[in-house]
Design a protein around this ligand. Sequence first.
Ligand code: UD1
Ligand code: MG
Length: 472
Amino acid sequence: MTNQDFAIAIMAAGKGTRLKSKRPKVLHEIGGRALLLHVIAAARTIVPAEQIYCIIGHEADQVRASVTHTGVSFVLQAEQRGTGHALQVLKADFELSGKTPPENLLVLSGDVPLIRPETIAAVRDAHLREQAAMTILTAVPDNPHGYGRVLRRKEDSPEVLSIVEQKSLTPEQIGAREINSGIYCFNTRALFSKLDALTTNNAHGEFYLTDVAAMLVAEGRRVIAVKAESVNEVLGANTIAEMMHLDAAMRLQNAHRLMSEGVTIFRPETCVIDSEVTVGPDTIIEPYVQLLGATQIGSDCRIRSYSVIQNSTLGDAVTVRNGSILDSAQVADKAILGPYCHLRPESNIGEGAHIGNFVETKKVTIGKGSKANHLNYLGDAVIGAGVNVGAGAITCNYDGVHKHQTTIGNNVFIGSDSALVAPVTIADGAYIAAGSCITEDVPSGALALGRARQTTKPGWVARKKSRNSTQS
Ligand code: UD1
Ligand code: MG
């Protein structure tokens, strides 16, 4: 049997009423990624993208736009009348297009995002081995409330009699603990032969895909259950609380992956780490750090508490002190950042450079060993190596309409509290006196002063005091 005999349908058309959110359920994120993208990623390890059919409906345009880059196909379930109806729509789509349906159909739920490829493969393999018409992935969680329950022919038998939804459980069935994960493998012909016979005669007034189990059994077809190895991977995300439970599980899993690769993470349960993040060995991550998006961190770094690093690349031996925020920044080896710095997009920090307290950078290249340690704004600038930017100095990059460039050569000294009004160039080795407002280019090796000359009036305070006392 080859993968040509399989396709995957992902049910993703539901509104997610229980979330009480404007956003469609399958676009809610856990681990920094939409639920549906997690499911598609798992599905793509089993079959090529063009054999994956996403059934979309609620906010279909938004859902399509968010996942179209994966190359999956879409089927529109304009009105959402239940999981059985979702598959009816898929069947109609095959009929309309004249495409031959695959021999077997794996069905995944867009709101069961932690499903692992190995588990989907296990369902597929059991289905083929047991020559079943329907194979159901199940689990036995601590609290089965809310899920459909899978009733087996006998306790230790793989054979299933039916799936009963929570609201339809009889008093004798209410104790049943084996849940339906919403993940199945079907013989497509067997499934399609039953869909038209589904009814909405149930508590939700919907077409339940789960009813197909008992219908196949009634016809003497083989319906089996396969238990998932871990309960977490089949948990559904129907409420925000359930979603955050899965999010925490996924982040912790990410932290454990990094720790298994030699990263030290103190109090990993307090860190928020996205799935794509990579970190080199011997890097130390302190409590309450967030590593988001496509962040890549080298070896021997130290990321101190309360830092938030997103879509950024850090070299080796970088120190990020407490409370630093990095967004789409590039940081070379041995740089020291923070505490409390803000690196905005296109910040390119050179080897061994220091970006200190309350320094904001944007669209800036800062050369090797340069320092901007206190209270600076550096935007739209190219800054050479060995530069010292004094406390409070800033680039004035915006004239109210356009942004302009500041260019600073190597080994320049920018005195404290200077304002560099762009466009302006300060050539190699120049000095800017503290408190200067620099509006003209400064040649190499020059000292530029751009401030009022100081006037000192000796004895002025005593004279003022005696004036005040004679007046009162
Ligand atoms: C479903 C199962 C339940 C199982 C649980 C596992 C049914 C009737 N019940 O319940 O046995 O324990 O999943 O998580 O199937 N969807 C559509 N179109 C629709 C309705 C839903 O595409 O018309 C999609 C949803 O977007 C979602 C998935 O199908 O991704 C499951 O729907 P949901 O409403 O969450 O079903 P559950 O109540 O969780
Ligand atoms: Mg659900």
